[in-house]
Design a protein around this ligand. Structure first.
Ligand code: ADP
Ligand code: MG
Length: 461
């Protein structure tokens, strides 16, 4: 019988392909939680384990562009997975599916993104100032960061950089470390994130190596401590961080902090660092404006040796506003799709690449939001967007700014532009005021909630 025959063949004659597929699935299961979801779906989902020898697992990938990308970006994770799921030494070879291997992009040099390798200072060389695009949204932070990198301990100490997720904080502190080290090779630099520090501290407590732990940090010339909002609610970690910070500060060593919120929103920190933050500088990074987003996309494309036409850059940048990380994700998605389908990078392709990633934002969205807010306060759009100064108008305008920020994640500058070119500090003040009102006045909070629901239901038009 045909069915029985093939069944036997599968088990006996074709045991190898079956094992290859299963092994690769195990590897993928191991890798999945360790990489970004988007990266996994883009690069690893279209792959398949296809043959297995005693020491090599061959994996079929859509084309050679994928093979290059996977080797450059995922080999560390794949290696770790293999050593976890295999009993013996194994390596992986990515084999492009021949029939598809004719793409335009693919014939170009493979992407030369530096591999995210860390050195003893836990710095990644490609996170440099050269690769960081400067715009209005981050100009001050970049200037401060450069100054600290050029004269650690002598300009702003500590430097405190805050901003939303994916806006470049880690990149910027890594750039400080890289530049400082390049100018003074002997400098004792160390980068760590607060959650890693926590793990290290726990281990030091378990292994009774607290002294070594303290000494390691006390000896530094430059400590880059990322994501210190993680300290909230962790008393023990706070103690250690203050100890480390104080001894470094007393010794004139430089400390740089990053956080997703300003120091005053981390109460434990504010209280204890307050006097010393005074001798330093607190700077924020805002979401990049359209021009900066376009420049960032262009820079990412250049790093990948790919051509990005202006209209496509504009199309993507106009739609992906929330973070640089999201922008980068969209670009990678676009690049993968171009290579997969062997199509040039065009607006049509971008439309396809972005359709699951971002909600299409109608250009008219912000107008509608302003209209809903104006209606809610019984004033006209014109009153709200021009300079009228009555109390009611001011509040309507501030609420509109708040809602625009919350729903469309427009940059402060973009919001200011919608209200007769208001300064970004005015917009920031408005958003803060509405946030405070919302926190202190339940009736106002309820009104705001109702307003937001009206906006998400798309009414009134
Ligand atoms: P954060 O630490 O603020 O969450 P990251 O520093 O990790 O954000 O940045 C997210 C990604 O965006 C990184 O790949 C980073 O290199 C990139 N990025 C952020 N800002 C810029 C910029 N101004 N120019 C170029 N790349 C940027
Ligand atoms: Mg970060």
């Amino acid at each position: 019988m045909g069915v029985a025959d093939s069944d036997v063949q599968t088990r006996i004659g074709h045991e190898t392909p079956l094992d290859a597929a299963r092994l690769w699935t195990d590897v993928l299961d191991y890798v999945r939680p360790r990489v970004s979801r988007e990266g996994f779906e883009t690069w690893l989902t279209p792959t398949r384990g296809c043959s297995l020898s005693s020491s090599v697992l061959e994996v079929e990938v859509p084309n050679s562009f994928f093979a290059d990308w996977l080797s450059q970006h995922y080999s560390a994770e794949v290696r770790a997975a293999l050593s976890s799921v295999c009993q013996r030494e194994m390596s992986v070879s990515f084999r492009p599916r021949e029939s598809m291997d004719t793409g335009v992009l693919i014939k170009r040099a493979p992407a030369r993104r530096p591999v995210a390798k860390q050195n003893g200072y836990r710095l990644q060389p490609h996170l440099s100032f050269e690769n960081f695009v400067v715009g209005e949204s981050n100009r001050l932070a970049v200037a401060a960061a450069r100054s600290v990198a050029e004269r650690p301990g002598a300009s702003y100490n500590p430097l405190f950089i805050y901003g939303g997720v994916g806006l470049g904080k880690t990149h910027l502190v890594q750039a400080i470390g890289n530049l400082a080290l390049a100018s003074k090779p002997g400098l004792k630099v160390y980068y760590t994130a607060a959650d890693d520090l926590f793990v290290e501290l726990i281990q030091a407590i378990e292994k009774n190596t607290r002294i070594e732990f303290k000494n390691k940090y006390r000896r530094l010339d430059l400590l880059l401590l990322d994501d210190i909002h993680y300290l909230v609610g962790k008393e023990r970690l706070q103690e250690e961080v203050f100890y480390i910070f104080n001894s470094l500060h007393d010794a004139g060593s430089q400390v740089v902090f990053t956080s997703d919120r300003p120091p005053q929103d981390i109460p434990a920190l504010e209280g204890r660092l307050a006097s010393r933050l005074g001798s330093g500088l607190v700077v924020d990074i805002q979401a990049p404006e359209l021009e900066t987003r376009i420049a960032i996309l262009k820079q990412k494309a250049a790093m990948d040796h790919a051509e990005l036409p202006d209209d496509v850059a504009y199309f993507v940048a106009a739609r992906v506003r929330t973070s640089v990380r999201a922008l980068e994700g969209s670009w990678i998605r676009l690049l993968a799709l171009a290579s997969l389908d062997d199509r040039p990078i065009s607006v049509a392709l971008a439309q396809e690449a972005l359709k699951d990633l971002v909600r299409e934002e109608e250009p008219a969205d912000h107008n509608r939001i302003i209209k809903v807010c104006a209606d809610h306060f019984g004033v006209t759009v014109k009153d709200v967007t021009s300079g009228g100064r009555t109390k009611q108008l001011a509040l309507a305008r501030q609420v509109a700014m708040y809602v625009l920020r919350a729903t469309l994640s427009l940059s402060l500058k973009e919001i200011g532009g919608l209200f007769g070119d208001k300064d970004h500090t005015t917009v920031m003040h408005a958003i803060k005021r509405v946030g405070n009102l919302k926190a202190s006045d339940p009736a106002f909070a309820a009104r705001l909630e109702k307003l937001s629901q009206g906006i998400s239901r798309g009414e009134p038009r």
